[in-house]
Design a protein around this ligand. Structure first.
Ligand code: GLY
Length: 377
């Protein structure tokens, strides 16, 4: 099954490699929609396309993938000095950093390190959090918000400390992760997407949502970002509080999944509703990250079995096989409250392929997903 799914995914990646002329984000009405050119935050998705190309090259060693991965990676360089997105981690970790891991080419490093330095400007040392959305000189409300998506940007900071030897990036990542653990993860392992702070004092005010059903429910892709983000933060820091919170989130996801393992877009939807296959992909990849850092052998097996079952369900029930759609998975939901739903999404495809490679190529896992304890964390 894994081999078949990966071979099919590679056919789709190769087709897009030869056909797309802009970064794909979601497939709608017969075409890939890309980031709106003048809206920098919408470029948060661009690294998933480079990420797919680097993974395809690492697995196949076909030069056409390397060529394309380098071309699209170089097209992201302009974002390295922008302070207008909280997703510089997503963008540069899956382009320059992944490319460096695959190729060992140091020419890919400077842009990523510049982006990490730029990214530090979103840190609020009083509240010990990274600012979500908005301008860094924006309103108090803008400067006082975090989201759970940011947890998935923190590994980029840990990598920057490991690469540069400068502990500042790791300190920021751990400040933000510790704050997120307290204010975003609930005792039952469900996750709030957003938290508001008084940006002047740093005091926590309330939980909110942006893409979930309500402020006190659990947006499923947000849970995925938290699971993977904390699991990876644990492996860069050795801080067992991060492992423990990732385990709690994983148990919630398992206990609250529908029978076919692919969640609805929010965990409080108990009846048929829109799925989010991208959430399922992120959760599967996050479970493998948790398993790879797991000290308890039985738990490691539990996380791996669950990742396998989610992946199998995605492949059996939600692939584009039999259609002419140049994406891998159907039925993702970018944001149901914003009426963006039931479409393929490039990030769903990226984490699906990452999971397939991690399950099938243990020989590549250490090369593509290396972790080490970093100073300052
Ligand atoms: N980080 C935005 C999203 O997951 O939709």
């Amino acid at each position: 099954m894994l081999q078949e799914a990966l071979e099919y995914s590679l056919q789709i990646i190769a087709r897009n490699r030869d056909e797309v002329s802009y970064f794909p984000e979601r497939w709608e009405n017969g075409a890939w929609i890309s980031a709106e050119p003048n809206r920098i935050p919408s470029h948060w998705v661009d690294g998933f396309w480079t990420g797919l190309l680097w993974l395809a090259y690492a697995h196949t060693e076909e030069p056409a993938y390397e060529q394309a991965a380098r071309k699209w990676t170089s097209e992201l360089a302009w974002l390295k000095t922008t302070t207008l997105t909280h997703d510089l981690g997503f963008i540069f970790y899956l382009s320059n950093v992944l490319g460096h891991r695959v190729m060992g080419d140091d020419a890919l490093l400077p842009d990523a390190l510049t982006a990490a330095e730029t990214f530090t400007q979103r840190y609020n040392p009083r509240g010990e959090y990274m600012q979500a959305w908005g301008r860094i000189d924006g309103t108090n409300h803008e400067r006082g918000r975090i989201n759970v998506d940011l947890m998935m940007n923190m590994p980029f900071f840990y990598w920057a400390s490991a690469q540069s030897g400068d502990p500042r990036y790791a300190r920021i990542a751990s400040g933000h992760a510790t704050t997120s653990r307290y204010v975003l993860v609930r005792p039952d392992g469900s996750v709030s997407q957003v938290a508001d702070f008084n940006q002047t004092t740093g005091a926590f005010l309330r939980q909110e949502t942006h893409q979930g059903l309500s402020h006190d429910t659990c947006w499923s892709r947000g849970l995925g970002w938290a699971l993977y983000g904390f699991a990876e933060a644990y492996r860069w820091t050795g801080n067992v509080a991060y492992q423990s919170v990732a385990r709690r989130i994983a148990e919630y996801a398992i206990a609250n999944a529908p029978a076919d393992k692919v969640p609805f877009w929010d965990y409080d939807l108990l009846d048929e509703d829109y799925r989010d296959t991208s959430a399922a992909s992120v959760i599967a990849a996050g479970l493998l990250e948790l398993a790879d850092g797991e000290s308890d052998i039985a738990l490691a097996q539990r996380w791996r079995d669950e990742a396998w079952e989610i992946t199998e369900s995605l492949w059996q029930n939600y692939s584009t096989r039999g259609t002419d759609i140049p994406a891998i998975l159907v039925e993702a939901s970018r944001s149901v409250p914003h009426d963006l739903k039931d479409h393929p999404l490039i990030y769903g495809d990226y984490y699906f392929v990452e999971t397939l490679i991690r399950l099938q190529r243990p020989d590549l896992t250490e090369k593509l997903f290396p972790r080490q304890i970093v100073a300052g964390a």
